[in-house]
Design a protein around this ligand. Structure first.
Ligand code: AMP
Ligand code: ZN
Length: 476
């Protein structure tokens, strides 16, 4: 049975299969904008994409996962200027932190992680193709716009009423977009290339239309073309990206290459919410992994919470929900320990997924796997796992071996790890690391970096007391 997933474009559940003649399933996911810490709402999206990739792999597909880094836009440029850093140094710092969180959450490393800045020539080439084909025009100031009326099926992803299409000012979540307040022929046209402005500082690149920088949407069209080709199998992102970002990606890509069917399947997940509001920087209601670790939670527990709701519905985040994760995981561990003993296996056998991949059996977890394959039903899958774990009765050594293999495989698909060491009481490792980096920055007289790191510590609920020869960390 193939994995079945809802597709935003066709509004149907469809099987995810390799196209005839292809060996690899191409999956493009919009990545983070690296101007600050990624919050756990962002990680809901990246974790669900990771579960999808793992599920496809467990189902036997070879996946090529591409997830970009957005490292040039208004927010990154403004952030770098405020921090007194070059754009490259500023975005690298946030990219490194993003990677650290990804590792902690057990997100598989994408096969390609292209950056927008590294793909400026490809973006320029695509914009040129759009100009040549009559889908884009150059304004007086050297900015280039996509001509929405030139694309007959513009709006097909979100089933847009074109007669009402007046502005690109709001996204699918009703939030204001980065306003392209430049000269355009129609309010619905969007910027492909933004001519150089004094406030961009040193962040401009040459192009046939003069110096400037790319608009946001074009980067994903150019990077997916470079790494997956003109058409590929699946495109993912949070629901807010449907419009205008993904709508614009489809229009740009299909008009530039002349090939229809840009992404065969669109995978959008709903948001992580706090008290009915989307978790976001602008709402000021966000949590980061670091903040949760500072409260004594683990990344594995956060992952458990993030997959606890179905991807198509909003998920309300609460600290009470986080507290429930530890006993739930502990229950799985107790059950696994009992069956490992019955099967004659050790915990190490359980932890090495490769030793289970050759096993075709799911034991009593076959129904849990079926549920996961049906529209990535992670809460249904977890519920079924606990149904099995709650079953009483005698288990033969043979049954125990099958069950242990099945549990290892299903947890591997979900990315939940058993038997991870719990955080030690006292200073969490992430906080100790921040403290050490701040101390080193201070010794190197890099006071700007030291201040930034202190702010991060404060945001995570910790304060640092400097002594002559070292420092102490205390919860606020
Ligand atoms: P950004 O770093 O803002 O470009 O966003 C990276 C990814 O996180 C995108 O796929 C967004 O749709 C997604 N995202 C942003 N906020 C949330 C949220 N509260 N819940 C789930 N996904 C989100
Ligand atoms: Zn994108």
């Amino acid at each position: 049975m193939p994995v079945i997933l809802h597709d935003t474009l066709s509004r149907e559940k469809r099987p995810l299969l390799l196209k005839p003649g292809r060996e690899v399933f191409g999956m493009y996911c919009c990545g983070p904008t690296v101007y600050g810490p990624a919050h756990i709402g962002n990680f809901r999206t990246f974790t669900l994409q990771d579960v999808l990739r793992r599920t496809l792999e467990v189902a036997g597909l070879k996946v090529k996962h591409v997830r970009n880094i957005t490292d040039v836009d208004d927010k990154t440029i403004r952030g770098a200027q405020a921090a007194g850093q070059t754009l490259g140094a500023f975005t690298q710092g946030w990219t490194d932190k993003f990677h650290a969180d990804c590792r902690a959450l057990g997100l598989l490393v994408p096969h390609v992680e292209p950056s927008a800045i590294e793909h400026i020539p490809q973006q320029v080439a695509m914009i040129q193709a759009l100009v040549d084909r009559g889908h884009a025009y150059v304004a007086k100031d050297g900015s280039v716009y996509f001509k929405v009326c030139s694309c007959a099926d513009y709006g097909k992803l979100t089933h847009l009423d074109r007669s009402k299409l007046e502005t690109q000012a709001k996204n699918s979540a009703g939030e204001a977009n980065d306003a392209d307040e430049y000269e355009r022929e129609s309010a619905s046209d969007f910027a492909l290339w933004k001519s150089r402005k004094p406030e961009d500082g040193a962040n401009f690149w040459p192009s046939p239309w003069g110096e400037g920088r790319p608009g946001w949407h074009i980067e994903c069209s150019a990077m997916s073309l470079a790494h997956l080709g003109a058409t590929f199998d699946l495109h993912g992102g949070g629901i807010d990206l449907c419009f205008p970002h993904h709508e614009n990606e489809i229009a740009q890509s299909e008009c530039a290459t002349g090939v229809k069917g840009y992404a065969a399947h669109w995978f959008h997940n709903a948001h992580l919410m706090v008290d009915g509001e989307k978790m976001s920087k602008s709402e000021g209601n966000l949590y980061t992994l670091l903040q949760l670790e500072a409260k004594g939670f683990t990344a594995n527990e956060l992952r458990y919470v993030l997959i606890g709701g179905h991807y198509r519905g909003p998920l309300n985040f609460t600290l009470a929900g986080m507290e429930a994760a530890r006993p739930a995981i502990a229950k799985l561990e107790r059950w696994a320990d009992r069956l490992l003993a019955l099967a004659g296996f050790s915990r190490a056998d359980f932890a090495a997924p490769s030793s289970h991949e050759v096993q075709t059996t799911w034991g009593r977890f076959a129904p849990a796997w079926d549920i996961l394959q049906e529209d990535l039903n992670t809460p249904g899958c977890l519920g079924q796992i606990f149904t099995v774990v709650g079953e009483n009765g005698e288990v033969s050594p043979h049954q125990a071996r099958e069950d242990v293999c099945g549990l290892a495989k299903i947890l591997h698909a979900l990315g939940i790890v058993l038997f991870v060491p719990k955080p030690e009481l006292g200073v969490p490792a992430a906080i100790a690391d921040l403290g050490a980096r701040r101390w080193a920055a201070k010794q190197a007289k890099d006071f700007a970096a030291a201040d930034r790191l202190r702010q991060e510590l404060t945001a995570a609920g910790w304060t640092m007391l400097d002594r002559k020869d070292g420092f102490d960390l205390r919860p606020l």
